[in-house]
Ligand binder design. Sequence first.
Ligand SMILES: NC(=O)c1ccc[n+]([C@@H]2O[C@H](COP(=O)([O-])OP(=O)(O)OC[C@H]3O[C@@H](n4cnc5c(N)ncnc54)[C@H](O)[C@@H]3O)[C@@H](O)[C@H]2O)c1
Ligand SMILES: [Zn+2]
Length: 358
Amino acid sequence: MHRIALPSYAVSVAPGALDGLGELVRDAAPAHRYALITDETVARHHAPRAVAALGGRRVDTLVIPPGEAHKTRETWASLTDRMIGAGFGRDAAIIAMGGGVVGDLAGFVAATFMRGIPVVQVPTTLLAMIDASIGGKTGVDTPAGKNLVGAFHQPAAVVVDPELLATLPPNHLRAGLAEAIKHGIIADESHFDEIARAIPRLLGGAPDAAMLTPLIAHSIDIKASVVRRDERESGVRAVLNFGHTLGHAIEMLSGYRLLHGEAVSIGMTLESAAGERAGIAEPGTSGRVRDLLVRAGLPVDRPRAIPADDILSAAHGDKKARAGATRYALPRRVGAMAGEREGWSIPLEDSLVREVLS
Ligand SMILES: NC(=O)c1ccc[n+]([C@@H]2O[C@H](COP(=O)([O-])OP(=O)(O)OC[C@H]3O[C@@H](n4cnc5c(N)ncnc54)[C@H](O)[C@@H]3O)[C@@H](O)[C@H]2O)c1
Ligand SMILES: [Zn+2]
């Protein structure tokens, strides 16, 4: 069992960890009653095991339809109303079992229900295991954009069971790998190399939980150490945005046909190439980034249907950009970020970025 400690909670990573959920909630989130919030797909595959693991505790399973389209205020309201209608009170706790959509949404229900009740995160996608479930960001989308309404609400515990990935579609596994590769680039070259070595076996068939476990634990450790240094995103957390300034723009302009991790893969390739061209990244950095993403079966080129100028203007509108310049979180090399003195984000001229996009 790998155990990664954050200031107010711990992340447990082990094959079969889900079966220890009952013991875990007893210690980390004791409650008279639990709401297990999940989506239809995850419920079908994994809810019976979760309920069995809760061993006779009072549990209501609340199921929502799968997909980003349901990460809305409407779903938040319906879940909240169902809990009120079923008589849940302040002495309840939520178990959020699913991908990042369920985690963000159920986390936001927990943040607001009776002014806040505990939530235990049980991520079931690779992206949610190494990224979305760590750090306490919760929220929903609005028609104007993603994640525009939300709250920081740290989980009481995070339970990561890599066995749950056996049912995850391969494109979602690859999308999660993009964020793991990002963790290697921003903080730890050995993680980058570890992923490179694992890829042939990882993508060669059903994911092997024993092999994935140390890799997932390492990736969580990297995100946790960034978050620990910066629980409310004032500074160093900006490094996690590597690949996301252009990536978000491309994800949005694809009409969300690209998965988040796929768009981030393209974003990391383009941003590292721009950083290298600007003399910020060591020569060869963007080539290494691109090579590994290609080997992971991820896209690395701008979709031809999306014009370079549209990407640039959408990147300007990124809520993380500052007025007058588009700022990017950029690697100095694989394993280290540049720009500590600039707050970990560096302005790049549009003309330079346009050359890379063309
Ligand atoms: N809070 C944060 O810090 C943070 C960080 C990154 C991303 N996010 C959010 O995460 C969301 C994306 O998360 P995601 O990629 O996990 O998407 P997701 O939750 O939509 O899950 C992807 C799909 O896989 C299915 N699925 C999940 N687990 C499965 C399993 N074990 N077996 C079979 N199918 C399974 C789901 O039903 C869904 O259809 C976005 O809304 C994003 O904003 C949040
Ligand atoms: Zn991301």
